[in-house]
Design a protein around this ligand. Structure first.
Ligand SMILES: *Cc1c(COP(=O)(O)O)cnc(C)c1O
Length: 451
């Protein structure tokens, strides 16, 4: 039998190096949370048993990546490690200009510095927060155009990450020559990690080409997005994952990549394009901020690990495991009565805290209440994505992001069991009030108190 036809999801790796995880008693967790001002960002790593704060830079490298690290060439210019990375990225994306950067936002900053004049407009399905911040810093405007269904947590549709094409047409008419760039974020992280269909990428590409507007992908999760196209979009079931990824990139003029996601490295990123004039501007700006064009703020060994990780993420057994393990997590939570955003995304499960603790009003942070309860109950760290992070948030969510190749199915079973205990106490969970907050991005450092 094909191992994937059995119900048990086996991790497609065995473990060769282990890292102990901390076990705390309830009173120790309570003391830690009080000290942290009821803000999970301010916990120490050794106070967290299962850390689902983010999937960014938290993945496990493979033996092959660790071996590549030792082979890293630390030459300042033209290192072998850069040549290897350049060849891998050209094979996967087809883009002739490949610039390494230290992480995704460095690529965004370079774009904002060089090709986004003040007053220009960038259109995107949904800008990731650092992308938006870099665009606004340049005096440009970031406009989100998600499909309306993205805002309905209980509605299951295969490609809730798509851009709203009618809204794109209207925006192109409204902003005309001010549109300097159109982007698609794959998968759509800020809208629940939902994938974007090939049909949608094609529709956006066609409009941009007709108007000669550059079109870039934010391709942090290129492999997960390609996998969902193969699994969910008619006509792609027998395509290889690299062929789907290549078709996505072929439709665009360039990409920004945080390699801390599907690159499966702890640090790294890329800025690629087929536009010669933009590539020259990018390279000049990169030298100002990141280093030389063949290392981009990274060590040679980081480039080497990235070159391997970018390929490993396209392995269908790895991607099938990733999809199935997140779906398993989502199903387990649903079975114990936790309302979640449907369908399960590619890198995380989002709890609909607004539905779980309806007695807590939005200005008392229902998501933070549920996130804190998960920590107090079992040492699990998630992140509130609701009115604490975004004061005008429409949805009150808790994101449980799953690091790549880090936790096993029994870790996830434990999280589900802890979540069940939280569901039993849901009606008694307190709201929170702000004790002290900074002027911006308050969720990182705010102090809270239960009401
Ligand atoms: C993480 C991320 C970024 C920013 O990348 P960093 O490596 O954190 O700087 C940009 N876009 C998306 C979609 C991301 O998930």
């Amino acid at each position: 039998m094909d191992p994937w036809t059995y119900n048990t999801i086996i991790e497609p790796f065995r473990i060769k190096a282990v890292e102990p995880i901390p076990f705390l008693q309830p009173e120790e967790r309570h003391a830690a949370l009080v000290r942290a001002g009821y803000n999970l960002f301010k916990l120490l790593a050794q106070e967290v048993t299962i850390d689902l704060l983010t999937d960014s830079g938290t993945g496990s490298m493979s033996a092959h990546q660790w071996a590549a690290l030792m082979e890293g060439d630390e030459s300042y210019a033209g290192s072998r490690s850069f040549q290897d990375l350049d060849a891998v990225v050209k094979r996967i994306t087809g883009f002739p200009h490949v610039l390494p950067v230290h992480q995704g936002r460095a690529a965004e900053r370079i774009i904002a510095h060089t090709v986004l004049p003040a007053g220009s407009v960038v259109l995107n399905n949904t800008h990731f927060d650092t992308t938006r911040a870099n665009i606004e810093q340049a005096g440009a405007t970031a406009v989100d155009l998600p499909v309306p269904i993205a805002m309905e947590p209980s509605h299951s549709a295969p490609f809730k990450g798509d851009m709203d094409i009618d809204a794109l047409d209207r925006a192109l008419l409204e902003y005309r020559d001010r549109v300097a760039l159109v982007m698609l974020t794959l998968t759509n992280n800020a809208a629940g990690g939902q994938p974007v269909s090939m049909a949608n990428i094609e529709a956006v590409s066609q409009r941009c080409r007709a108007r000669e507007i550059p079109f870039f992908l934010d391709a942090a999760r290129y492999a997960e997005n390609a996998w969902f196209i193969r699994r969910r979009e008619p006509g792609y079931g027998d395509w290889s994952v690299p062929a789907i990824a290549r078709r996505m990139f072929d439709l665009a003029d360039g990409c920004t990549v945080s390699a801390k996601k599907d690159g499966i490295v702890n640090i790294g990123g890329l800025l690629c394009t087929r536009l010669d004039d933009w590539a020259e501007k990018f390279a000049n700006d990169l030298i100002l901020g990141e280093g030389y064009t063949t290392y981009g703020g990274l060590a040679g060994r980081d480039l080497a690990a990235m070159a391997v990780g970018l390929d490993e993420a396209l392995d269908p057994d790895y991607l099938r495991y990733r999809e199935r393990s997140i779906a398993y997590f989502a199903k387990g939570l649903t079975q114990v009565g936790v309302p979640i955003v449907q369908p399960a995304g590619g890198h995380a499960v989002f709890i609909d805290a607004g539905a779980l603790v309806p007695h807590i009003p939005a200005d008392q942070f229902p998501g933070q209440s549920v996130a804190n309860a998960l920590y107090l109950e079992g040492g699990i760290r998630g992140v509130e994505i609701g009115s604490l992070m975004f004061p005008n948030a429409k949805l009150q969510l808790v994101r449980l992001a799953v690091p790549r190749r880090v936790y096993t199915q029994s870790h996830i079973d434990y999280v589900i069991e802890v979540a069940q205990a939280v569901v039993r106490k849901a009606a008694e969970l307190p709201g929170y009030r702000v004790v002290k907050e900074p002027p911006f991005l308050r969720h990182f450092t705010v102090d809270l108190a239960p009401i």
